[in-house]
Design a protein around this ligand. Structure first.
Ligand SMILES: [Ca+2]
Ligand SMILES: [Ca+2]
Ligand SMILES: [Ca+2]
Length: 360
């Protein structure tokens, strides 16, 4: 453990503060891939040849649809009007005689999580196809634990109906089993508070993220979902505990995403970052790697909130922003992705905190 998750006592806070200036050793490896090479990093990723959903359901995901250039991984999805030379993959383990409804996906070789999963990408918004990012653990040997999964799927529907495309809705799901009774399935509106059109309406890159906390220490198990740094939903039910391989891709659902009446659409992935929980520092509200006054400002603005998330200063995960969260912040104040900040300032802050606690 590189930093305390237990509710700090004043003594613990002081002890932690005194050690500031020497950033904690980081045992876990953070993965950041901007895809700047001439090929996809095979040490991190496998390019998938696979099918799911059952025989004849779609053309699977095939390596021929995945390419890299200029810092971008491009993944083609071929719709019902596709007549090119690519050939899809059948669930029975052989090539189709056509390439219709074939997509592509990259998946980490190693299981990941809990932690922060962030993808900057330009999704495809079309009927019949879905851009998705997810962790997946499956117990192929059977037993009680079958399916631990967290996903963001940009099929963008307010309801399961195959008609009625809605680019302002995003699914944010957590699963502990294969049936919907073992999952928390949410279709979340991502229209902003000003009522402006959803950011996804634009043909631009956006950052999709989920922070997965499995309940370490006294923190609360939950998965927080974000689009462009804005918190949209927290799942507190059916929260996975088992690390899973992380996939980003474009694929064709069988019947619940509508008809893909197009030739080819392309998902562009600019960057993927996977941060293990040990490297996520309580207090770093804006997730920039530093714990400083910017984060304190976020915490202060939301102090007293009972519907908060990490980005608003709720580091413990109970939904409230209170002295517990301030304690987390204080114990990590000065942590920096580069140069530590002076200790003296945090000691002054701790004095303030101590006096506040005595009054409360
Ligand atoms: Ca890039
Ligand atoms: Ca920060
Ligand atoms: Ca809290």
């Amino acid at each position: 453990m590189t930093h305390g998750y237990e509710r700090p006592t004043a003594g613990l806070i002081l002890a932690a503060a005194i050690t500031l200036g020497t950033p904690p050793a980081q045992a876990a490896q953070t993965i950041v891939d901007g895809f700047n090479g001439s090929s996809i990093n095979a040490g991190i990723w496998e390019v998938r040849l696979a099918q799911w959903g059952g025989p004849g359901r779609n053309g699977g995901v095939i390596p021929e649809n995945v390419s890299i250039a200029d810092g971008i991984v491009s993944i083609d999805g071929n719709g019902d009007l596709y007549t090119g030379p690519k050939r899809g993959w059948n669930a029975n383990g052989y090539r189709e005689d056509h390439g219709r409804r074939s997509g592509g996906a990259i998946r980490t070789r190693e299981p990941q999580g809990p932690g922060r999963f962030e993808v900057r990408m330009k999704p495809v918004f079309e009927d019949g196809v879905t851009t998705a990012m997810w962790t997946f653990f499956y117990n192929f040997n059977g037993g009680d634990v079958i399916n631990h999964e967290i996903d963001i799927e940009l099929l963008n529907r307010q309801s399961p109906s195959p008609t009625g495309f809605r680019s302002d809705y995003t699914t944010m799901n957590t699963w502990l089993g294969e049936s919907s009774s073992q999952a928390n399935l949410q279709r979340v509106s991502i229209i902003d508070e000003q009522g402006d059109p959803a950011p996804q309406d634009l043909d631009e890159f956006h950052t999709y993220r989920f922070d997965w906390f499995a309940g370490e220490g006294v923190t609360y198990p939950r998965v927080e979902f974000y689009v462009d740094g804005v918190h949209h939903y927290t799942s507190r039910e059916f929260v996975p505990t088992i690390p899973g391989q992380f996939t980003v891709g474009l694929w064709f659902p069988f019947n619940w995403a509508g008809q893909p009446d197009f030739v080819t659409r392309t998902l562009e992935i600019d960057r993927v970052a996977i941060t293990p929980l040990a490297n996520i520092i309580p207090g770093d509200a804006n997730a920039d790697g530093n714990v400083n006054l910017t984060d304190l400002s976020l915490l202060a603005t939301n102090f007293g909130s009972t519907e908060a998330a990490w980005s608003l200063g709720d580091f413990s995960g109970d939904g409230n922003v209170d002295l517990v969260d301030l304690s987390f912040f204080a114990s990590n104040f000065g942590h920096s992705a580069s140069t530590p900040e002076p200790v003296t300032f945090s000691l002054a802050l701790l004095g303030l905190l101590a006096s506040t606690r005595q009054r409360s």
